[in-house]
Write a protein of this length. Sequence first.
Length: 263
Amino acid sequence: MMMEGYTTSSYGDSFADVYDEWYERISDVDQTVSLIAELADGGPVLELGVGTGRLAIPLAQHGVRVTGIDTSEAMLARLRAKPGSESVIATIGDMTAPFGGGPFSVVFVAYNTLFAVDDDEELRRCLGNVTDALRNGGRFVVEAFVPVAPEVAASVEVKTVTADRVVLSVSQFDPQEQRAHGQFVEFTEAGGVRLRPWAVRYWTPPQLDEYAAAAGLIVEHRYESWDRRPFTGQSVRHVTVYRRDESCPGRLSRETVDDSQTS
């Protein structure tokens, strides 16, 4: 199910020019900023997958010290071109490599970005990096979809149709491996065909909780959305707040979680 030719920067490089147009309202920015700022309580914050600064810039304007990392230089170029970007420390970085800086009061990863890590081992490394980057008692906040078994193995859907533009969404799913990938295929009269690939390896909330616990991160709250609406069995997304266990020494071991129970 791995998409041939797909790399860690493929998504950002392909979507940078349309990200703000397509995803500006994917979640409520004010509610996100409010919750993260409250959890930070005056301390510094790190955003994983900072992208174009959709959240980081408003958070910095709220008075929070914000650092952001992203694997895509194209995304970071969009961020740096925006007013207020000088308040965000934004650098090229990978969630599976040590972050540097810190300790942070909050590390957060929004809108499914955690699912950009490729496999269980990368998730372990990412969560170990988070634990190392947080102060004792600091919080790690994850926003992600709640996986459900797809009804089909592949799909083609119409996203946009205008007089001079058509965008199709082509997707493939592997529920056994908990993977999905696809392309947004954009046809324009002036530009021809543009491909925008994406790929995710997803985990259920209980699976994430198990890996997080192995890294010394304890579930403190789970909400349905950034406005703290209660999470239920019908929720399609979750915003989970993990707290660093003050007794945790740091790194987790490769053997801590049994893959056969969580994949």
